[in-house]
Design a protein around this ligand. Structure first.
Ligand SMILES: [Zn+2]
Length: 607
């Protein structure tokens, strides 16, 4: 059954007015008397609504047929300029040459990790709006011996695991406090629009798509099979089962030169270019299998490419290997976009694509230090040991109580609430004590300089704290009224129990003495990501000036004609919107002439 609602003209007229339509004409008639002006306005408005083409840009009419939010995991925006000369075909160049390009897109919070990044892209909100502060955290009410991940949910089960696989909790959006733009699309079309999420990572598939998604798919890390959760469905759809049972996993392993008996697909294959095309082939199977782009209303796919992050952590942003990965992604996107052009009704003219990333990344500390930056590698275990020692001295002299929980990562350091409570210490005292001990704990990581006289060359980097805030300060907004304070305020999460938020000095991170790098800070290198909007409503060009990833959901919601996500704080990127009358979509294919949904050109079939 088709979607029954057809929106009336004035809605489009209003949008057109903002672009300089009838409203401006009325405003210029200053010399007329009020009744005459009113009459003139009425006539002009009536003529406008009678003759202006419809904006043809609403989800309710299937304009566009398909929206793809394409996330490259750990992809700093400068890559697009650094490697632009490498790009061939219609991969990145399709977006850079024919899209609205925003080179100055920076996350507006300080906790630049994967789960919050993907949540922000979907919801148009920061952590203080969507609740996801990090990839995992301590939740002692749910688990005493380890952290929980942002999406794990023991109330559900995983679906599609190979037989005999270890049972692990299912996954859901249980911690996501805000709706996504996909949720709003589903809500406003009463479920007629379909929304899916795909990634190698569970959090990157689940969080940007949202609670109402028809499905989210990610891989079982051991086998590489795409799986889902009973949160979405009881069993894999036939097309997904067929993909998993087919030759594609073996092909990816062969391309990655992985041993045939590999039991760690994610680690061995995930960080290679073979996993990019593997993931994109699953996305194609989904688009065909779920009939995305063939419904009367707009469908949406959030697609997060994980391989850039898996490799990037190992080699850093400046390695040849990462450049080769970016170039491989370019080739795979060329193939994927070409495929979309042939397989979505009306081609790419019926598709919108947003390109962005969930976070950037820091240079490998050793490389930054070589150039003279104070890029120390922080011994996090020793830092936590130092904190425990100091807290024991203050509250329980002579004892060895673990006041800090055992598994820690920046930027939120987790306090052992029960241990403090047993000692009769409340949250405020506990967090302030940790805050107070942190500068000395950092200082003790670097031995004092014993040399005599001035140094003859740059001294080695020293671990150093920049700022620390307690959970209570974040929750109560006791932060400086500055741009930096805003970044911290946006990083408040109710998850993780008692914690302090720790910001080391720029270019520093935990435990990366032997190579590799990380992202988790409020510094520009972690916050700078691509933003390109491609599709009929977006005027191609380069738009300088600060924008943020929250603007994607806000802008798409507006142009689709649906509500903003529940906690959206994004701006509408009006500078990139064409006048409504200039937005043109391909005419629908006459009945009987549509390409069969399952047909793929023989040349594109992969064995
Ligand atoms: Zn990430």
């Amino acid at each position: 059954m088709g979607w029954p609602i057809s929106l009336p003209g004035p809605k489009f007229g209003t949008w057109g007015t903002r672009q300089g339509g009838a409203g401006n004409l009325c405003d210029t008639e200053e010399a007329m008397s009020i009744p005459k002006r009113l009459l003139a306005c009425l006539i002009i408005c009536a003529l406008t609504f009678a003759t202006a083409p419809r904006a043809n840009a609403t989800a309710y009419e299937g304009h566009p047929k398909l929206v793809i939010i394409l996330v490259l995991d750990q992809f700093r925006a400068d890559y697009l300029e650094r490697y632009r000369a490498d790009f061939k075909g219609k991969g990145f160049k399709l977006l850079l040459d024919h899209g609205a390009v925003f080179p100055d897109c920076y996350y507006g919070y300080a906790n630049t990790e994967t789960a919050p990044g993907h949540s922000t892209i979907g919801t148009g909100a920061y952590t203080d709006g969507h609740g996801i502060g990090s990839n995992e955290w301590w939740d002692l009410a749910r688990k005493k011996d380890s952290t929980v991940t942002s999406v794990e949910d023991e109330r559900y089960a995983l679906v599609g695991l190979p037989s005999g696989a270890k049972t692990t909790p299912g996954a859901s959006t249980r911690n996501l406090l805000a709706s996504t733009v996909g949720d709003e699309l589903r809500l406003d079309t009463l479920g007629a629009s379909e929304v899916y999420g795909v990634s190698l990572k569970d959090r990157a598939a689940i969080l940007p798509a949202g609670a109402t998604a028809n499905g989210a798919f990610w891989i079982d890390q051991a086998s590489g099979r795409f799986i889902t959760s009973t949160f979405y469905m009881q069993q894999l759809p036939d097309w997904a089962q067929a993909f998993d049972d087919g030759p594609r996993i073996a092909q990816a392993m062969q391309e990655a030169q992985a041993p045939a008996n590999t039991t760690n697909f994610y680690g061995v294959v995930g960080g290679t270019a073979a996993a990019v095309s593997y993931e994109l082939d699953f996305a194609k199977a989904l688009i065909i299998g779920a009939n995305l782009g063939k419904h009367p209303t707009t469908d949406m796919l959030t697609l997060s490419i994980s391989s850039t992050d898996i490799l990037g952590h190992r080699v850093g942003p400046d390695a040849d290997e990462q450049r080769q990965m970016v170039d491989a992604v370019d080739i795979d996107l060329d193939e994927f976009f070409t495929w979309l052009d042939k397989n979505v009704e009306g081609g790419l003219g019926n598709v919108w694509i947003a390109l962005t990333a969930d976070h950037g990344v820091a240079p490998v500390p050793a490389n930054a230090a070589k150039l003279g930056l104070n890029a120390a590698s922080i011994d996090l275990k020793k830092l936590v040991d130092n904190l425990n020692y100091s807290i024991n001295q203050k509250f329980s002299p002579g004892e060895k109580i673990d006041y800090m929980l055992p598994k820690q990562s920046f930027p939120y350091l987790a306090l052992n609430q029960p241990a403090f409570e047993r000692a009769g210490i409340n949250e405020q005292e506990a967090e302030q004590a940790v805050e107070g001990f942190l500068p000395a704990a950092f200082a003790s990581l670097t031995p004092p300089d014993e040399s005599k006289g001035p140094a003859t060359s740059k001294l080695p980097p020293t671990s150093a704290l920049y700022r620390v805030y307690t959970r209570q300060q974040l929750a109560q907004g006791q932060l400086p009224n500055t741009p930096f304070g805003q970044l911290i305020a946006h990083s408040y999460t109710p998850n993780g129990g008692w914690y302090v938020m720790v910001i080391p000095q720029a270019f520093q991170m935990a435990d990366h003495e032997t190579g590799g790098t990380d992202h988790f800070t409020p510094y520009s290198y972690d916050r700078h990501v691509p933003l390109v909007l491609y599709g009929a409503p977006f005027a191609p060009g380069t738009y300088h000036g600060r924008v943020e990833p929250v603007d994607i959901a806000a802008t798409f919601a507006t142009v689709l004609g649906v509500n903003q996500p529940s906690s959206s704080v994004g701006n509408i990127l009006t500078q990139s919107l064409k006048p409504a009358a200039a937005v043109v979509y391909p005419k629908p294919v006459p009945a009987g002439h549509a390409r069969p949904a399952h047909r793929r050109p023989a040349s594109e079939k992969k064995q």
